[in-house]
Design a protein around this ligand. Structure first.
Ligand code: CAA
Length: 259
């Protein structure tokens, strides 16, 4: 698929996906959704990408779902749009590799929800966050009512969603919404450095850790621990477990092969 609004490049084992619709602050219209979906499928099929960075061009990371697209919708259309957006962001959460949001600017509504579907987030000092939907007469619709309370806790999430207020990167870090704030000129290098630190680990171990965390968070602790037991066991059928432990015992650096 030729993409107008999504750029993708590889830097060794790190993929960099850049949302490029700056005239609308990268607002998520149907075309951008379809381009993102196709790009994510390509990324999922590429066994040489060990970590992914998602960022945006210009002042916006993503200023939300496209308000002009949503304005004329009725119940069925609104619901279908929500289902489409949630499936798209679930695809990000379900990628086997770690995904880093490098938040360059406005991450509002669907843009904040995009960031929430990533594993970790680094933000520029210029970034702004919020779920302003109630001011538009709607609820967050791309899983913000579900992922935000799971990440920052229900009390903080409710205050943010009910007020719709926009807040800065320092507050986002303080409430645990993001991992780190950096000056704008250091954003991409910090994200790449973090991505490389993930990419040099045993890929199966990172993938199984991600699955154990994400699947375990959806269930009770007894079942969650069983999920971990299974992924922990699976590591012992990989070459990289033999290599990682062998390298430690032989006092040399491990060379992982993703097998
Ligand atoms: N949808 C469609 N277009 C958008 C947009 C959006 N979410 N956000 C910005 N734009 C467009 C503006 O309409 C404007 O277009 P024109 O130049 O053609 O007029 C362009 O992007 C630049 O925006 P502004 O002139 O408004 O820029 P600003 O710097 O003055 O303000 C802003 C920036 C505070 C982010 C402001 O654009 C804004 O409030 N945007 C809307 C944010 C929002 O409410 N997002 C939630 C959307 S609903 C949602 O996401 C639902 C969901 O959960 C799925």
């Amino acid at each position: 698929m030729d993409c107008e609004f999504v750029q993708f490049e590889k830097d060794e084992n790190v993929g960099i996906l850049t949302i490029n619709r700056p005239k609308a602050l990268n607002a998520l219209n149907i075309q951008l959704m379809d381009e993102l979906d196709a790009t994510l499928d390509n990324i999922a099929a590429d066994a040489e990408i060990y970590a992914l960075i998602i960022t945006g061009v210009g002042k916006g990371f993503m200023a939300g779902a496209d308000i002009a697209t949503m304005k004329p919708m009725d119940y069925e259309q609104g619901k279908a749009y929500g289902i489409k957006g949630c499936a798209l962001f679930q695809k990000i959460e379900d990628l086997d590799i770690p995904v880093i949001a490098a938040v360059n600017g406005f991450a509002l509504g669907g843009g904040n929800e995009l960031m929430l579907s990533c594993d970790v987030a680094i933000a520029s000092e210029k970034a702004k966050f919020g779920q302003p939907e109630v001011g538009l007469g709607i609820t967050p619709g791309f899983a913000g009512t579900q992922r935000l309370p799971r990440i920052v806790g229900p009390r903080v999430a409710k205050e943010l969603i009910y007020s719709g207020r926009v807040f800065g990167a320092a507050e986002a870090e303080k409430i645990g919404l993001i991992n780190k704030v950096v000056p704008p000129e250091e954003l991409m290098e910090t994200a790449k450095s973090m991505a490389r630190s993930f990419a040099k680990m045993a890929p199966f171990a990172v993938k199984y850790a991600k699955k154990a965390i994400n699947e375990g968070l959806q269930t009770d602790i007894d079942h969650a621990v069983k999920i971990e037991n299974d992924y922990f066991g699976k590591c012992f059928s990989t070459n990289d477990q033999e290599e990682g432990m062998g390298a430690f015992l032989e006092k040399r650096k491990a060379t992982f092969t993703n097998k």
